[in-house]
Design a binder for this molecule. Structure first.
Ligand code: ATP
Ligand code: MG
Length: 364
């Protein structure tokens, strides 16, 4: 049988989605969805994972389940083509995590660089919740329960994918060919691998409060762009400016297209020309920020408007999620039945266990 091409990817409902999610994964998902090249597409909200570091704040996760669903729909995820579901509604994922726990060592988990950074960021020090520490295992279950071949995500997810691949190899080696090794699909544009925050910090992240949200109003976007981190040594317009680490230029790398220059700054042919002028000196931050603001508004306005339309019918959004969970659960249940068979714990699937055990005792 030809292997199906299956996409799985998701987000934690810990806040509304931001432009880092958009360039890192969401924009790509919509393109892949509409390419027609994939047999199945699963997009999910990792609410169980969100609870691992928000266990005392269930209300936050509950509210954001709808916010994230609205962001998906606003960006063009189409429930007719992609199954959108919620992690906690698929108990098979917990079961698979439970089996996977035995295939990973504590020291292997401790080596995960993304988890290391996240632990520092959250000031957990020694009081790390076990669930948080082990979330890469649960994430491997999320991916493999759907036999995903392709996982479009940002660069911070690379260690998770590597962990998932190791688990699959180990599982298949012990129990026979059952699970599928997933491939990571990183953004092609280097600026999108890990979009920095508006404060210049390494990663735009809901938890750091340095985000431009997809649902921000035009005014908010304008204000956030105007107050963005640039080159702190570029004080006078005539000073030569630095591009590296200059967030405004990183965002231009992520968002600008040649036609934007024709439209908003016809005196420059391309981003390279603009960068060269900035480096030479004589180009003020405000002019570059104005260009970025115009480009951001052009990209975000249709998303914002579609979101407002979907907000008018929340029961329909809830129903879409409920149906998505049903479809996803069926797919995961199928894989779990194969997993149980491979692990020889499918005692009551048919009569073979009774027959084999009866024969064993009769022979004694
Ligand atoms: P949290 O702070 O709660 O972890 P987050 O902002 O890191 O939230 P996630 O839900 O963990 O968001 O990530 C969802 C997806 O978005 C992942 O594929 C991740 O790689 C991608 N992503 C998140 N932030 C960025 C970013 N700044 N640049 C590129 N991709 C990103
Ligand atoms: Mg994250």
């Amino acid at each position: 049988m030809k292997q199906e091409k299956i996409i799985l990817t998701g987000d934690r409902p810990t806040g509304k989605l931001h432009i880092g999610h958009y360039v890192g994964s969401l924009r790509r998902r919509v393109e892949l969805q509409n390419s027609g090249l994939y047999d199945k597409i699963f997009i999910f909200e990792a609410d169980g994972q969100a609870l691992t570091d928000n266990i005392d704040n269930p209300e936050k996760v509950r509210q954001n389940v709808i916010e994230v669903a609205l962001d998906y729909l606003a960006c063009g995820i189409d429930p007719a083509k992609s199954t959108i579901f919620i992690q906690s509604q698929i108990p098979e994922l917990c079961e698979l995590t439970f089996y996977f726990m035995d295939l990973v060592t504590v020291s292997r988990l401790q080596r995960n660089p993304t988890v290391k950074t996240e632990i520092q960021m959250r000031n957990f020090e020694t009081s790390i919740p076990v669930g948080f520490f082990t979330y890469p295992i649960s994430q491997a279950a999320d991916i493999t329960a759907f036999k995903a071949t392709t996982v479009p995500v940002g660069e911070d997810q690379e260690p998770m994918l590597e962990q998932a691949r190791e688990i699959v190899r180990r599982f298949n080696h012990i129990y026979g060919e059952t699970l599928v090794e997933p491939n990571i699909l990183l953004p092609e544009n280097a600026a999108c691998l890990r979009l920095p925050g508006t404060d210049g910090k390494a990663k735009m992240s809901k938890s750091l409060g340095n985000c431009i949200y997809l649902s921000d109003s035009a005014d908010e976007v304008e204000k956030k762009v105007k107050s963005m981190y640039t080159d702190p040594n570029h004080i006078k317009v005539t000073d030569p400016g630095q591009i590296e680490g200059n967030t405004v230029f990183t965002y231009l790398d992520a968002f600008s297209k040649p036609e934007h220059f024709e439209r908003y700054l016809p005196e420059y042919q391309s981003l390279d020309e603009l960068k060269a002028h900035y480096q030479r000196g004589g180009l003020g931050d405000m002019k570059v920020k104005k260009l970025l603001a115009a480009i951001m508004q052009e990209e975000l306005e249709p998303i914002r408007n579609r979101r407002k339309e979907f907000e008018k019918d929340i029961p329909a959004v809830c129903e879409m999620l409920r149906q998505g969970c049903e479809v996803a659960r069926e797919a995961a249940a199928q894989t779990l039945s194969e997993v149980r068979r491979a692990m020889k714990i499918n005692y009551f699937d048919d009569d073979s266990f009774v027959a084999e055990q009866t024969a064993r005792f009769a022979a004694e």
